[in-house]
Every structure is written in structure tokens, then in C-alpha cells.
Design a protein. Structure first.
Length: 144
């Protein structure tokens, strides 16, 4: 497949949930986000979904989704599989449902989508440290 051109990326979206209508095959992306915030590290994110849309593919490709820390290049998730295009005009949509991802430290992370080891799409997002919340203060004692 070295001579096969890479598909063209249309979209890569991070969200909480992807719902697919069984009758129409339409997808609803629920809770789109660009940042994960946690008070403590390492932190475990319960569910992260990635929607990928690509076109102009020819035949079958080895696909790969990788999530990594930009600074350390530490891999958080690495999912592989095959995707197939019926023809060059087909739009292929791939949904990833990743459970329990562990982020060792705050920072900039990237989601990379490859076809036959060629980078097709990339999306960055932040994992940030939240400041601990202080409980709200009540009214002064004289007002009680």
C-alpha cells in the first residue's frame, strides 16, 4: 500500500458521547470539549469519544488513533484497526469510545489519526490542573 495516497481528513472532534441513529446512520456528538480539568494527578477520565471523518481513500488502510502528551511524547491511548473505502468519493466516519484514560500530568495533548502510518488528522487539547475550590462563606455571625 506504499503507493496508495492517503485519505483526506475532514474532521476530528472530541466529545463525551457519540450517538448513532440506527435507521439513518446519522451521528450526534454530545458534550464537545477541548479541555479536561482535574484537581489531582495522575487523573483518570471516565469516557472520551473521538469522531473522525475522512474521504478520498482508495481501498483498505491500516488505521491508528494515538493520544499522546506533546511534551513527553508519552502515549495515553493507541488503537488500531482497518478501514475500507467503497470508492474514492466515499466519506468514512470512525467513532472511538475510550474508557478510563489516565493522564499522568497536566499539559498539551494531541490526538493523531493515521492511515498506513501517514498522519491524516491531528487535534490538540489541554489537560489542566484545577485549583481546589473553597467552600462558600456564610453570612457574618451578626446577621444570623
Amino acid at each position: 500500500m506504499a503507493d496508495t495516497p492517503s485519505p483526506t481528513g475532514l474532521a476530528i472532534v472530541i466529545c463525551d458521547q457519540i450517538i448513532e441513529d440506527k435507521l439513518t446512520n446519522k451521528k450526534s456528538l454530545i458534550g464537545i470539549f477541548n479541555n479536561i480539568a482535574s484537581q489531582n494527578f495522575p487523573c483518570r477520565h471516565p469516557q472520551l469519544c473521538v469522531f473522525v471523518s475522512i474521504t478520498e481513500g482508495r481501498g483498505t488502510y491500516n488505521a491508528r488513533l494515538r493520544i499522546a502528551n506533546e511534551e513527553t511524547d508519552t502515549t495515553v491511548a493507541d488503537v488500531r484497526g482497518k478501514i475500507q473505502f467503497a470508492d474514492v468519493h466515499a466519506v468514512v466516519e470512525v467513532n472511538f469510545n475510550l474508557l478510563g484514560l489516565e493522564f499522568q500530568q497536566p499539559g498539551l495533548y494531541s490526538i493523531e489519526f493515521y492511515c498506513d502510518d501517514a498522519l491524516v488528522l491531528e487535534r490538540r487539547f489541554h489537560v489542566s490542573q484545577m485549583k481546589p475550590q473553597t467552600p462558600p462563606k456564610g453570612p457574618p455571625a451578626a446577621e444570623l
